[in-house]
Design a protein around this ligand. Structure first.
Ligand SMILES: *Cc1c(COP(=O)(O)O)cnc(C)c1O
Length: 504
């Protein structure tokens, strides 16, 4: 029957369909089982390998076409547990230290579940979920030492948090009505500044906001990977001379490569003196502000005009949740606020609450705040601060273990929780060192021991360990060093035996 055909008889319309279950009790039973197994999954994570490659049949299972006919939910769940849950990325594992992630937490998962159950749209309005988000933003302002009058919004992650902030900075410094007339109306080209260690998302932001990659001037970093402030001053003076309009300084509170924190106090001074916007990319390190032993490292962050931070990193909220704070709420709203006729405010009722979509790019927004709100209430902010101190202390411990091994070399630029090191592979010579270290990294993953990543610092290859994990124990780091030495010996042996000349 065509969907448009009239009902056969006005007396007997077809039964209406719904996505709700026919048998609520059966669903209750299955849901309890799923929750039980989810708890065991997290409790026993240490007993499983951090990562395993999927067998071909599992990979193939994801190639089946659009399901046309129904499957019992219990069957769907069985497939999820046998495929999806068995082959995770691994970042909730105590020995996952790749790139820069968070290790999640079960309360946050419950928060995401309840947020989805309630299903509210955080585009705004007068309802409790919107109050929760506003409160979470207030808490982040408090953590960063921002005034209560500042604004903020929760976004998908640090990349979008930075994009939102750079958009506000662009509009604030354009000197024209850029919303109406676009970037072509700007008289002198705007220039943004950051160190050569900036996260790649800033380039994407510059491209997206129409200023282009070339408008982001990378200032050289010093030996410790911090922005070279005299070089920054020179760059600004040189650009002014050339008729370019310096607009914004992006400070890094924790670089991805080594965790270096720029001198935020001095950057704030330069920005103030030069009349520039001061943005801090604090996706890694902004939250150090709540860690009693290390908060001094981010002194000056409260002087920023905007901060991007990432609760799904060092607060271990389940992905995704990022946060951007803007000191001047009017400039923030002035960049994004737009109320179409179908979303007009009312004095009372649901539409009497603030529209939260006025602070960013999305209209419909998810209830990301609940997972953060629940975890912060449960543990208190002080515990998260202690966990940050703990990770930084663990990284120092790992550095000590590496230094004690003649076969290993520690990179000196360790500031917070990121440690770079490598196997010296002395027996093979420096030209084959990279191949040895890449092989060590891959075998650690493949043997289900630990997940670490690598990077290039000043042209040289290093293994990289980011201890951003509330499950890591010192014994895990001891295991890492032991296994790097064992596998390193094997790899060198294999290369010797094969006599091959692997590409570095
Ligand atoms: C992770 C990170 C980002 C990007 O954040 P996402 O949450 O991955 O989008 C930006 N800057 C720095 C320094 C980061 O570590």
């Amino acid at each position: 029957m065509s969907a448009l055909a009239p009902a056969q008889s006005p007396l007997a319309p077809p039964a209406e369909e719904t996505l709700d279950p026919v048998d609520w009790e059966a669903l209750r039973e299955l849901t309890h089982r799923i929750v039980d197994e989810a708890l065991d999954y997290v409790r026993d994570v240490r007993d499983r390998p951090p990562w395993q490659d999927m067998p071909p049949e599992v990979k193939a299972s994801f190639a089946s076409g659009l399901p046309a006919s129904p499957t019992l939910l219990s069957g769907v769940y069985r497939e999820v547990s046998e495929t999806v849950m068995r082959y995770p990325m691994g970042n909730i594992h105590p020995r996952f230290w790749s790139w820069y992630m968070g290790s999640s937490n079960f309360t946050g998962a419950l928060g995401d579940f309840l947020a989805a159950v309630q299903g509210s749209n955080l585009g705004g309005g007068n309802h409790a979920a919107a109050q929760v988000e506003r409160q979470v933003i207030d808490w982040f302002k408090e953590m960063m030492g921002f005034p209560a009058s500042a604004s903020g919004t929760l976004v998908s992650g640090g990349s979008v948090a930075n994009l939102v902030a750079l958009t506000v900075a662009r509009n604030a410094k354009a000197g024209t009505d850029i919303r109406e007339h676009g970037v072509g109306s700007v008289e002198r080209p705007l220039r943004f500044y950051g160190s050569d260690q900036l996260h790649s998302c800033h380039r994407k932001s510059m491209e997206t906001i129409g200023l282009g990659n070339a408008a982001l001037r990378r200032v050289p970093s010093d030996e410790g990977s911090h922005i070279d402030i005299p070089a920054l001053r020179e760059a600004i003076a040189e650009d002014r001379e050339a008729g370019v309009q310096p607009a914004c300084i992006i400070g890094s509170a924790g670089t991805v490569n080594t965790g270096a924190i720029d001198n935020l106090e001095e950057l704030a001074e330069v920005a103030e003196r030069e009349g520039l916007w001061f943005h801090v990319d604090g996706c890694i390190g902004a939250l150090i502000a709540i860690a009693p032993g290390n908060a001094w490292r981010v002194k000056g962050i409260s002087r920023a005009h905007s901060i991007a931070l990432d609760p799904h990193k060092w607060l271990h909220a389940p992905f995704e949740v990022g946060c951007v704070l803007i000191r001047d709420a009017r400039t923030h709203r002035g960049t994004f606020a737009l109320t179409p006729e179908y979303l007009e405010h009312t004095a009372r009722g649901l539409a009497s609450g603030e529209w939260l979509y006025d602070y960013g790019l999305q209209t419909t927004r998810g209830f990301r705040a609940l997972k953060v709100w629940m975890s912060l209430k449960e543990h208190g902010a002080a515990k998260f601060g202690r966990l940050i101190d703990q990770n930084i202390a663990q990284a120092a411990y790992l550095a000590g273990l590496i230094e004690a091994e003649l076969a290993l070399e520690l990179h000196e630029a360790r500031e917070i929780n990121i440690v770079c090191f490598r196997h010296r592979a002395d027996a093979l010579g420096a030209d084959r060192r990279k191949a040895v270290n890449v092989e060590i990294m891959l075998r650690l993953q493949e043997q289900g021991l630990a997940v670490i990543s690598d990077t290039t610092l000043k042209g040289e290859h290093w293994l990289r360990v980011a201890v951003n994990n509330h499950r890591t124990r010192r014994e895990d780091l001891e295991l890492l060093v032991r296994e790097v030495l064992r596998i390193g010996g094997q790899v060198i042996g294999d290369l010797h035996a094969s006599g091959a000349n692997p590409k570095g």
